[in-house]
Write a protein that binds this ligand. Sequence first.
Ligand code: F0G
Length: 446
Amino acid sequence: MTAPGALTGSSYQLRCIHCGTVGRADGSNLRCDECGNLLEVVFSDLKSRDSGTLKEIWLQRRTSYAPEDSSGVWRFRELLPNLDASHLPITLREGNTPLYELQRCAEAAGVERLLAKHQGMNPTGSFKDTGMTVAASFAHQAGFDWVACASTGNTSASMAAYAAYGGMRSLVLIPEGHITWGKLSQALDYGALTCQLKTDFDGCLKLLEQIVQRKRIYVLNSINPYRIEGQKTTAIELMEQLNWTAPDHIIVPGGNLGNSSAIGKALMEMKEAGLITSLPKLSIIQAEGANALVRTMRETGGKQLVPVQAETMATAIRIGNPASWKKAVRVLQATGGTVEEVSEVEIAIAKAEIGADGIGCEPASAVTLAGLKKLVDHGFVRRDERIVLILTGHVLKDPDFTIKFHRGDLFKDTEEIRIDRRPPIILDADPDAVLKALEQHERTAK
Ligand code: F0G
């Protein structure tokens, strides 16, 4: 068992993804001093790892109650950058998320079997926690008093929680009117200084990069390479759950493109370290109204970003100028995955289908199922492939969307919506009335 204070993470360098210039590891720059591109963590010794020993150590830690072992992120610390020996991670015991079988969704998508790794089952209800524990720990180690992020809601909820738990102050910049109450309320509850700005997410991020030039504040958006490192563990844990047999295909929603970059980086590193023998395809799905990566791939082959003015009811991915687009393009090219876009109606139907399987998720996560259906239709995914959807946010993040959909307030009754909507029924407090409703339901529900 690992003694507190003796974390065995890996030594690494921060390097520019474009020109390879080595960056400073203290968080004082998130972009390359030479060319302005993003930085990434690079390990030099992946090939020399003993994969069998790593698998054993990681499994053994599941029996430990030490915070750094019971975290589903730090449990895999041999593939993470190392904190100094005197610093313990700020952990809310993130990760350790379930892998579910989606039976009805598999049928709806026309595939034999479908799995979903539910990152919404993290402490603050989204995948952001897996990256936040790492990046917040590095912020703390570097002695920052303030941390900050621009957010469509989940990053801010997560950052506020980890900052509070680690004793730092947090500044949240969010687009006014475009974040759900669930997410906003979390930032307030965890004590963040929350500023609703009259701009969109892309505007908030641009502003944040200007603010940190003027005050010593640590940026906790996914342009921070330590966020990406933590989010890698989703894929590592997934492979462990699959007994280290890689699936054929992993499907991820795309917004600012940090998560797809992280999962792709993990897949490539695991292959290099001999932890898996084949590389799954990683495909990225966006909302039609926020489809910058889809256009980038289709119109320029991934060479030049095509930014868009984003609009979608899946507010988590209402992003038009994704910061990590170059990292995501690299992942698509390395894994042979593709991009797809889905309509608002397709998102809503997929979300209701995931709910009807007893799992549930927020709208942005449901693009994965909606996208899978299209990839099967186009023949890019075969019926018998082993497919894993990454569900990124909890169903309770956006109850407004769910209630409006089932009440029929979200879309006019269109031909396209051929799914049972399940609005609440107002009845007299009378057993006969309830039984009558039940019988009618039995006659009409599919
Ligand atoms: N799903 C959910 C639930 C999200 O909150 C986000 C991003 C994504 C998918 C897309 O992930 O940006 O890494 O491509 N939310 C960010 C936020 C931007 O501020 O909470 P991505």
